[in-house]
Design a protein around this ligand. Sequence first.
Ligand code: UTP
Length: 295
Amino acid sequence: MTKIRKAVFPVAGMGTRFLPATKSIPKEMLTLVDRPLIQYAVDEAREAGIEEFIFVSAAGKGALEDYFDTAAALETRLKEAGKTEALEALAPTRMKEGALTILRQSQPLGLGHAVRQAKALIGGEPFAVILPDDVIKSQKGALAQMVDAYADVGGHMVATMDVARSETSKYGVLDVCSEAGRLAHARGLVEKPRADLAPSTKAVIGRYILDGAIMDRLANLRPGAGGELQLTDAINEDVDQIGVSGFQFDGQRFDCGSVQGYVQATAAFSLDRADLRDDYAAFVNTQPQGLRLVA
Ligand code: UTP
């Protein structure tokens, strides 16, 4: 089985749910506790063994490139000032030589269109796709869990999560034909089905491991739900030839593309930090709104 070495990070979306913040800050640079969302995604990819990072970006998102570039002047100053802790905090932002490629999607025509920009760089091998606004809090990284499972099944694999039936219209949903442990074998995928038409409540979350053949599907893809080129539609076309499985990851997922999900993630990640937890809980408990956090 080929090792999964490459990951595509689609970061070209407009982030309209986060306006006005995203007028001048890329959504992926919004900060969860003390790191931008993109850092969580890159860390998860590294843990899964990814060596090549491909950002599909867009105009106005230069802050993402700068973030992973060397900040020579800053580093020199920190060194001179003996601020070793601050210097160490920069370590995850360093990319190995040649490991990061940044492409541009000229128009936000959908996730399928974004992924297909990476065709030449993928070169036919299986690869991962990570949506940085889906943040997954887990012991072992969600993508690393998927890479382990993928070694046995191959084909296309999507991360899944059970959602309330009333929520299916917000997600791609799996049509399941059989299940074994965390794996579900799919006979199809439907993008944003109405609750009464959803084939299951297994929603597709923003982690994928795709056979390189998906690029040919994406090349001929027609617009789907919302008039966008949908990645799930391309995956759906391969259910018979390539095979599609859903992997129910172990972890808690936050939709950091929505304000509600982002605020919840901020609370969950703050409460998880030994250096913040007590202060955070005490602060919330003294708020006039009368909320109570029990540690
Ligand atoms: P979203 O559906 O969250 O869209 O995209 P968005 O534009 O980022 O945000 P809203 O809905 O306007 O608030 C899911 C993921 O796909 C990427 C986004 O960057 C995000 O990571 N994407 C989406 C692209 O890269 N290009 C696209 O054309 C569409």
